[in-house]
Design a protein. Structure first.
Length: 251
């Protein structure tokens, strides 16, 4: 059985004080809801506060990016061991906003994933097609290519520490959600690529999330699909009641 993972991606939202208050509010609402893993991926400066506030709860903390070098002259970047020591257990890699605005490529996504794995972090690896790709009918080609390039050189045993998040770029922050069928189809394509690269057992075991305008209203339908094993949630993860409703849908 695959583990459901409901993860919030706060993006560039909430200060340390707001983080502490949010987790104080969320923790009692999701207490005992252990049918899924619950993760909050917060801005770098919120990680330590979030980890402290989440201690003793079922909420896990993640970062939103990681550099691929262990240390050095990389102004503004953060290394994997820094994230771990601050209290992060997870890290998002390859989010479309990083790809779109900050020059992230499949090559750097692959390097970041390897660095995070080596440090012992769990990775939420994001990929997904642009609107033009979907309209051109090449969604399958694009997500297959991204899956292959992003996982290049990563051994099968490391897949237990990788979650793939299928996030069609046209659905992010737009209120335009993929239909459950579209989400299921794309997650299924990714799963079959994993089967081809590794094994059917690896494909059956890997958690594949859907992300893109998932909210408290559409989550149950999306999560009911065979190939959708959780969600990566932006806007709705900023409101404790909404995020809780999604976690409950996964339970
Ligand atoms: P929204 O849920 O705000 O569309 O964001 C999705 C996302 O990008 C999560 O990583």
């Amino acid at each position: 059985m695959r583990r459901y993972v409901i993860a919030g991606n706060w993006k560039m939202n909430k200060t340390p004080a707001a983080t502490r208050a949010f987790i104080g509010e969320l923790a009692p609402m999701v207490a005992g809801k252990d049918g899924c893993d619950i993760v909050l991926c917060v801005p770098f400066v919120d990680i330590a506060v979030a980890a402290e506030a989440a201690k003793g709860t079922n909420i896990k903390i993640g970062a939103q990016n990681v550099h691929f070098k262990e240390s050095g002259a990389y102004t503004g970047e953060v290394a994997a061991d820094m994230l771990l020591e601050a209290g992060a257990e997870y890290v998002i890699v390859g989010h479309s906003e990083r790809r779109q605005y900050f020059g992230e490529t499949d090559e750097t996504v692959n390097l970041r994933t390897k660095a995070a794995l080596a440090a012992g972090l769990k990775i939420i690896l994001c990929l997904g097609e642009l609107l033009e790709a979907r309209q051109a009918g090449i969604t399958e080609e694009i997500v297959s290519m991204q899956t292959k390039l992003d996982l290049a050189g990563i051994p099968e045993e490391d897949l237990q520490n990788i979650i793939i998040a299928y996030e069609p770029v046209w659905a992010i922050g737009t209120g335009l959600t993929a239909t459950p069928e579209q989400a299921d189809e794309a997650c299924g394509i990714i799963r079959s690529v994993v089967a081809g690269l590794y094994s059917q057992a690896a494909a059956d075991a890997i958690t594949i999330q859907y992300g893109g305008s998932m909210n408290e209203k559409n989550a149950a339908e999306l999560l009911a699909k065979e190939n959708v094993d959780g969600g990566l949630i932006g806007g709705a993860s900023l409101v404790a009641e909404k995020f809780t409703a999604i976690a409950l849908a996964a339970n």
